[in-house]
Design a protein around this ligand. Structure first.
Ligand SMILES: *[C@@H]1O[C@H](CO)[C@@H](O)[C@H](O)[C@H]1NC(C)=O
Ligand SMILES: *[C@@H]1O[C@H](CO)[C@@H](O)[C@H](O)[C@H]1NC(C)=O
Ligand SMILES: *[C@@H]1O[C@H](CO)[C@@H](O)[C@H](O)[C@H]1NC(C)=O
Ligand SMILES: *[C@@H]1O[C@H](CO)[C@@H](O)[C@H](O)[C@H]1NC(C)=O
Ligand SMILES: *[C@@H]1O[C@H](CO)[C@@H](O)[C@H](O)[C@H]1NC(C)=O
Length: 586
């Protein structure tokens, strides 16, 4: 193929433009032939589905088709726990600090910001079409993609699309979808999951009939909260429990939110506004249990949708050459740390999401422990499609096969800007009875390696958190104050004092909060390119104590609602690069 392409460009150069048309059609035949051998990809992305609260245990068909027939990535994380930023990161392979789509609406986020930043011409479906794929999408793409702005411009990159539009995106019984370049259509009175199931199967049929390999994405809104569109018009928006299909309304009567140690605890935990949350009374706890059951019920429609999609693939002759990827845009908490239902936090509930992948060569019933993130998914799809990775990818292809020999990483960079959003009937806990709490701006680091399991965060008011999840899986005991004050006290991390550990974590976060491309994937290489340091464990070596003590610290100058670099303190770490002698640090 390469040889032929080289020969073809030689002919063009030698013979001039007249021959070009013939050559192009010849090339197209060859590329078309080449493209047919590429695998198909079916991508299902739910909205706000948790991993930690056990939602997958209530979806038996997803377990049967995806977990048992594929690989479960049990350490999969999002990089921003909010729909729109997380989705833009997912479809571009870049951290939110590099997309600068950091919120659900302008000026810092939403569909208009995605367009302004040029991503409508430069995101996964566009790249896949260029690589020979037919692409289809139905469901929610981004927030602030509305009945008013859907055609200015239309979303690029899809052969077929049918998008949910605001303000009807989350109205389970009053949704509006917008197909290709047609005007929006209201499905008032129908259940959104029924609507999307028909659309999804229609696009899958189109894709199966096509000549080229396909990339089909199905993005149902379950189990996201229900939002009444008329409430948006009056400004009194509440995010209520999701509405299941009628046949699922009475399931799981006795099911409650798991009563883990961090469920509505007697002692407050966390920092900033989380630490001020009051303990929830019985009325609120009962409501939260109802909210939890509603989510599980709403997910049943998705479970059946996945079953229908897999059956349709089975009936075709293409299942053997199709990868199925299942995940969610961010996680969800209900009652942990006394929180009302919602996301936007850096806790495990919010940043861990399900990820199942099945397909040719992927081990069945396998559990993969490697750390993977949403910004790794675009690189992974490139890998599956045989496209070389882009240099602006902040993530790297994830290990799909047992003999995977690509790059792995032990870190997740978690970032957030702006408001925390409370959901449900008891959400009015912000300033002036609002469901929004400002200054939920933080940078954090989730780190899982051999012998350590840590979460480290720096908030915009310069409060810090450090949880050692190997001893404190529920993130109740903030070790940071000790780390800041004492050098010899217990507990220790990998045998080193907390302050030595924090010095490394902080330097790593300093690199990651403004990393780009390769530096997001191999951050230690920025700090210590001249030393054999590839992990937190390596960096903890006593020889490097002075070097890490001398680093500038991650800090904020003020709490900004978006990615305003001037508010975000030091940007550049000390490095052993640029001929600085190692002896300076010893
Ligand atoms: C899908 O769109 C691409 C890009 O416009 C085009 O080349 C391809 O032929 C389309 N496929 C179908 C089945 O129309
Ligand atoms: C659907 O939304 C429209 C516009 O807000 C409203 O007028 C109508 O009553 C809603 N229908 C239902 C069934 O909620
Ligand atoms: C429980 O707490 C909620 C939210 O603060 C409050 O509205 C409600 O009145 C309380 N119920 C009782 C019985 O105290
Ligand atoms: C939020 O942060 C800003 C800027 O740092 C500060 O002026 C304001 O008082 C903070 N608001 C709250 C509710 O903490
Ligand atoms: C991100 O977008 C906001 C809003 O447009 C802008 O003020 C800010 O400077 C941008 N940040 C970067 C790093 O470009």
């Amino acid at each position: 193929m390469k040889l032929l392409a080289a020969a073809v460009s030689f002919i063009i150069a030698a013979e001039g433009a007249s021959i070009e048309t013939n050559v192009q059609s010849l090339l197209q035949q060859v590329i078309g032939f080449d493209a047919r051998s590429k695998p198909n990809i079916l991508f299902v992305i739910t909205d706000d589905q948790d991993l930690e609260l056990d939602s997958v245990a209530y979806t038996p068909l997803i377990q049967k088709h995806l977990r048992d027939k594929g690989t479960f990535f049990r350490n999969h994380f999002v990089t921003t726990a909010l729909c729109c930023p997380s989705r833009v990161s997912l479809w571009t392979g870049r951290q939110a600090h590099n997309t600068n789509v950091t919120d659900v609406k302008p000026p810092y986020g939403g569909y208009p910001k995605f367009v302004d930043r040029g991503f409508n011409d430069n995101f996964l479906p566009v790249w896949l079409q260029e690589a020979g794929y037919d692409t289809y999408y139905t469901g929610k793409l981004f927030n602030a993609h509305t009945i008013d702005n859907y055609d200015s411009p239309h979303v690029n990159g899809y052969n077929g699309s049918d998008f949910l539009l605001d303000p009807y995106t989350y109205a389970y019984l009053n949704s509006t979808y917008q197909r290709n370049h047609d005007p929006p259509v209201s499905y008032e009175g129908q259940h959104t999951t029924d609507v999307i199931t028909k659309k999804a199967l229609g696009f899958l049929d189109d894709a199966l009939e096509g000549e080229r390999p396909f990339f089909v994405t199905i993005a149902p809104i379950a189990p996201h909260s229900n939002v009444d569109p008329s409430a948006i018009e009056t400004g009194e928006i509440t995010m209520g429990a999701p509405i299941p299909l009628e046949r699922h309304q009475h399931l799981f009567e006795d099911v409650k939110v798991p009563r883990t140690k961090h469920f509505n605890p007697d002692e407050p935990s966390g920092v900033s506004w989380v630490r001020d949350l009051p303990q929830q009374n019985k009325t609120v706890v009962d409501y939260n249990d109802y909210f939890y059951r509603s989510r599980l019920r709403a997910l049943q429609g998705v479970d059946e949708l996945v079953d229908n999609l897999v059956k349709r693939l089975e009936e075709s002759d293409k299942l053997d050459n199709t990868y199925i990827i299942y995940t969610s845009d961010n996680g969800f908490h209900i009652g942990q740390h006394r929180l009302p239902p919602g996301k936007t936090c850096g806790y495990e509930e919010d940043i861990r999401v399900p990820l199942f992948i099945r397909g040719p060569g992927i081990p069945e019933g396998h559990v993969q422990d490697s750390v993977t993130t949403h910004i790794d998914l675009a690189p992974t799809i490139f890998d599956l499609a045989g496209i070389p990775p882009r240099s602006d990818f902040d993530g790297t292809a994830i290990p799909l096969t047992l003999d995977f020999d690509g790059l792995r990483h032990e870190h997740v960079t978690v970032e957030f800007w702006g408001k925390a959003v409370m959901e449900g009937s008891f959400s009015a806990i912000g300033p002036g009875g609002s469901a929004m709490i400002p200054n939920n701006t933080y940078k954090s680091l989730r780190l899982l390696g051999e012998g350590y399991n840590l979460y480290y965060s720096v908030w915009c008011n310069n409060e810090h958190e450090l949880y050692d999840l190997s001893t404190d899986p529920y993130q109740l005991y903030n070790l940071y104050p000790h780390g800041a004050q004492t050098d010899d006290g217990e507990p220790r991390i990998l045998g080193r004092s907390l302050s030595q550990a924090v010095n490394r974590l902080d330097a790593l976060l300093l690199v990651l909060k403004s990393c780009q491309g390769g530096t997001c994937i191999e951050p230690w290489n920025v700090l210590q390119p001249e030393n054999p340091v590839r992990s937190f464990r390596d960096a903890l070596d006593k020889h490097y104590d002075a070097f890490y003590r001398a680093q500038p610290r991650v800090s904020f100058d003020w709490c900004a609602a978006g990615h305003i670099v001037e508010a975000e303190g030091p940007q550049v770490p000390l490095t052993t690069r640029y001929g600085i002698s190692w002896d300076n640090w010893v």
